[in-house]
Design a protein around this ligand. Structure first.
Ligand SMILES: Nc1nc2c(c(=O)[nH]1)N[C@H]1C(S)=C(S)[C@@H](COP(=O)(O)O)O[C@H]1N2
Ligand SMILES: [Mo]
Length: 260
């Protein structure tokens, strides 16, 4: 039987990644993300806020109460890992900039630096850079929504989204955008990179849902990593990745097969 609480070893979290800025092979981020400069770094916060501004890396690392959060992490490709992140609630960050009454959505952007990101220079790259993601304001303010600055008690490895990335544990992994440089609060729902690529396959909400299949594969189960050919570790996928008690109310009255 698969013990659902066994965390993925650090080596696996670092070696099996999705970070298309460095290539589409799972090993590419581990091989090439060291080419990205992560210090100095800053995040610009703009849009529907009373106090727009910038946070430098030092402000981010010393200005918030950090905690460890062990989360299940479920990729849309039907693999998952249990990962011990270090971070702080995104809500703590947003509150500093004083959102206006019009702020209904949040848009995030990843660093786009072609010279240091070989995947963005590739002719086969499919994404319209920079990588962009979004959340509804109530999702962004939810206490489970984490800004992560570390992994296993250390700073984030570059391939996992250094120096600061989002982690939204009840949504498919692609919502958890890495290496964030910009946060904009908006009145209207922002476009995202995956939606732009294929709106039928990747919706804005992308809540983990075993009943709504990806058009090309089932979402009813997942491979819990690390796994092998002989120990495939296939387990049933849970609604909202098992976080339904905390988040289901956010979607009361919404048809989740339509708003996938
Ligand atoms: N900027 C950026 N963020 C990204 C991605 C990416 O390609 N670029 N991939 C996403 C996907 S599909 C997943 S599953 C997770 C993977 O996070 P991990 O490699 O740290 O496990 O990052 C997400 N964030
Ligand atoms: Mo993913």
């Amino acid at each position: 039987m698969v013990n659902p609480w066994i965390t993925a070893p650090l080596e696996d979290v670092k070696a099996y990644c999705n970070f298309y800025e460095f290539g589409t092979d799972k090993g590419d981020p581990g091989r090439y993300a060291h080419e990205m400069t992560v210090d100095p770094w800053s995040i610009e916060v703009t849009g529907e806020v009373h106090k727009p501004g910038k946070l430098n890396l030092e402000d981010i690392l010393s200005g918030f109460d950090l905690e460890e959060r062990v989360y299940r992490f479920r990729c849309v490709e039907a693999w998952s890992m249990v990962i011990p992140w270090v971070g702080f609630p995104l809500a703590d960050l947003l509150q500093r900039f004083e959102p206006t009454g019009k702020a209904r959505y949040v848009e995030f952007r990843t660093l786009y630096r072609r010279g240091e990101m070989r995947g963005t220079r590739s002719f086969t790259s499919i994404i319209d850079w920079p990588y962009r993601e979004g959340l509804r304001m109530d999702e962004a303010m939810h206490p489970l929504t984490l800004m992560s600055v570390g992994l296993y008690g250390n700073t984030l490895p570059n391939q996992n989204g250094a120096p600061v990335r989002l982690v939204v544990p009840w949504k498919y992994g692609f919502k958890s955008i890495k290496s964030i440089v910009s946060i904009r609060l908006l009145e209207k729902q922002p476009g995202t990179s995956w939606e732009a690529l294929n709106p039928r396959e990747y919706g804005f909400y992308s809540n983990v849902n075993p009943e709504v299949n990806h058009p090309r594969w089932s979402q009813a189960s997942e491979r819990r990593l690390p796994s092998t050919l002989f120990k495939p570790n296939r387990i049933p996928t849970r609604m909202f990745n098992g976080y339904g008690e905390q988040v289901a109310h956010l979607y009361d009255g919404m048809d989740l097969s339509r708003y996938y």
